[in-house]
Each structure stands twice: as structure tokens, then as C-alpha cells.
Design a protein around this ligand. Sequence first.
Ligand code: FAD
Length: 418
Amino acid sequence: MATVNRRKFLQMAGAQAGALAVTRTRSLRAAPSGAERAQAAGDTADVAVIGAGAFGGWTALYLREMGLSVALIDAYGPGNARAASGGETRQIRAGYGEREIYTRWVIEAFNRWNARQAEWGGQPLFYRTGQLILAREWTRSQRATKTVLDRYGVENEVVEHDDLVRRYPQFNHTGMAFGFSVPSTGVLMAKKGCLAVAQAFERKGGRFMLAKAAPGRRAGNTLQDLVLSNGQTISAGTFVFACGPWLPKVLPEPMRDRLITPRRVTFWYGVPAADARFTYPNCPSWSVRGVYGFPSIEGRGFKVATSFDNVPFDPDTDERVVTPEEIRRARAFVSEAFPALADQPVLESRVCQYETSVDAHFIVDRHPDMGNVWIVGGGSGHGYKHGIMLGDYVARRVTGRETDPELDTTFRLKAETY
Ligand SMILES: Cc1cc2nc3c(=O)[nH]c(=O)nc-3n(C[C@H](O)[C@H](O)[C@H](O)COP(=O)(O)OP(=O)(O)OC[C@H]3O[C@@H](n4cnc5c(N)ncnc54)[C@H](O)[C@@H]3O)c2cc1C
């Protein structure tokens, strides 16, 4: 079996992971217990988690922290460049319109991200940038967001137009009636977070394997094992498929047409020399006319995340190169919304894919034909921030512990298809 030792893990994760982990060399992985040695020899685990993105990584860590033997398997590595969780940064916002359950989770997620950051030596995984939404008028969703945030005591502020102009001179406020500010929200370091979770999982005795997995033998409605890409097998009592955009490939039944994977394009623009207006902590994360972005963090540039068209994207084979038309449209937006950046060059660009469920809710449900197989996914463009909550929820659910029935219903695999 392709169990990844620490050296291989670092090689696979690349230089940045190495830089993170080198300082922790001595604390990695205490000597294995007898049970762990037996488990390693026998290619079995209590739970096998397939996919080490935000959903699978956190699930595996929480399961391991419950004391279970856990195998975490990923074809390309935790937070890899093809994965939805593999981007540089992801937003943690509290506003969810009427979808109050996600606001509840985010409030707890703030505490958990801060606690994990401290537990893992204080490396920055969460930047509290605040969020500013510029609006032409109140929408039903915006009103619902304000009502829910007020109910839960999440600080928020309506910033009137004249105040906007004074407080946020980097933005072009023409045509905007007001801004909606939520100071407690921010930006998570996505790829780094996945690596930190996988490393913590290994330190606590979990097994990470670099392999592509497929369902193997079945006995009645029970999956017996996985077949790995090198031909070996791993058996487990419970299997959690947290394969993000790959779910329809890995489990065509029932995931075909229950998830789409549209292309998404992100740009990082330069900020003018010696100009701190577009840099954390002087600029909030923002949302303007359906486009959102972040200030320059760790010197990467000013991020602009677009959603031009819903072109289907293959996470394995499609090339991640932006088109001239995407560059042109993004430039037009930036020139209008942030005039001081109009002449700044694109420093980096990235192409990734969403994995969107039919109702944009997450999916956590048993496979309809295999009682010990769980399907976990449907991040729908907003899943990263919730991984820290969802992993806990999934770990509880698959081990038969008590969970919130409202969440169980919300996350069930819906009958509708695309
Ligand atoms: C451009 C973009 C912007 C986003 N912005 C935000 C944001 O601001 N805030 C936010 O909260 N969320 C955001 N999201 C959504 C969020 O990133 C995703 O919902 C979340 O990362 C999904 O995590 P996941 O673990 O389900 O999937 P993934 O991260 O894709 O992980 C799936 C893993 O499964 C592995 N895998 C697949 N098949 C196999 C197999 N057969 N065997 C072994 N391994 C396999 C893959 O290698 C991969 O590592 C954004 C997404 C994108 C693409």
C-alpha cells in the first residue's frame, strides 16, 4: 500500500508545505501503538475517507480525534491544485440570506479556526479582513442576512453612501446606495489549511495515502473494500467519499447529474508601489455587482474572483489557462470598480471549478445502495469555511452519534437532477 511517510508527504505537497512542516519535524508522529502497527500491516481501517480537501480532511481529523483508525486517501494530495480547496484563499462570510444554518455554523467556525491556528503553532490561516458588500438597493436576501445577523448578535453596519466615499476611497461608489459591512468575517488560507489539517491528522496517528481509489468488492448492500490505483485494496467498516467535483466520476450512481462542475476564473492584480490602500488590513474583502475579492494578503496581489459563464470543467484533464476574453472582462470590471488599479498588471491567474449541488446545499447522505458508504460534497462555491464544522458533523453522523435533525434533512441527497 502506498502509505506516505513524512518525507514523501513533504515532497508531494511541495516546497510550501515543506516550509510549514520543517519547523515541526520533531513533533510529527509519535511511535505507533500496537494496534496501529497491526492496522498498517493489515490494510484495514475503521473508516476510509476518500478525498483530502476541506471536507474529507476535516472529517478524517475529527474521526481520528475520536480514537478511530482512519485512512485518508487522495489521488493528488491535500489541497492540490486541481481540488476545489486548493486555491490560495477562501472567504469566510457570515451572511447567508435566509439559509440561517450556515450563519450558525460560521459563528462557531470563527472560534474553531482561531483555536486550531493556536494549536498548530500560530501560523496564519485566518485573516480578519472584514467584508463590505456594495449595494444599489436592498434585496430580499440582503434584508434576511441583516435580520439573521442581528438575531445572532453578529456585528454589522449599514454604511450610507457619503460615509462609504469617505471611509473606502479605493472603491468607485458611483451608483451605490449603501454598503453592508460585517467586520468579524475574513479570509482563510485554503491550500495551507488543507496541508495543516493533513499534517495534524498524521501527527495524531492517522494514515495518509497518495492513491486514486475506487469502490471495490460488495457483499449485499455493504462495500467491502476500495481498489487503489496501484491495484492494492483497503478494507474498512465505513467509507466516506468526500471527492468534491470528482463525485460524479467516482460514484456515477447516484451522483451523475446531481452535481455540476462549472469553470471559475480568479485574477490577482498588482497594487501600486508604496500604496497600502488595497492591502490587508487597510481594505476589506468586498462584493460588488456579483464579483467578489480580497485585499492583497501576504503580498500576493489584489484578488478578483469572477463567475463569467457556467462552462463545464473537467477537474482531471482540462487546462487551467485563462482566455483573452476572460482577461478583457475582468480588466473592464477592475477599471470601473477600482480606478486606481486600472493600469496594474495581472500578477497571477487561476482556473478552478465549483461543485454545485441542485439546491446549493451540502450533501451528507448514505449511498442508496451501500449502507456503509457516505457521500459528502456539494460545497457549491461556499464549502471551504464550513469544512471545520462539516467534518465534525460527518464524523458524528457516520459513527452514529447525535446530530442536528435539521442538518440531516438539509444535507440529504435530493431526488432532483440537473
Ligand atoms: C474559485 C472558487 C472559489 C471559492 N470560494 C469560496 C469561498 O470564498 N469561501 C468558501 O467557503 N468556499 C469557496 N469555494 C468552495 C470551496 O472551495 C469548496 O466547496 C470546498 O473546497 C470543497 O471541498 P471538498 O473537500 O468537497 O472538495 P475538494 O477540495 O475538491 O477535494 C476533493 C479531493 O478528492 C480527491 N479525489 C477525487 N477523486 C478521488 C479518488 N478517486 N481517489 C482519491 N482521491 C480523490 C481530490 O484529489 C481532491 O483533493 C470556492 C471554490 C472555488 C472553486
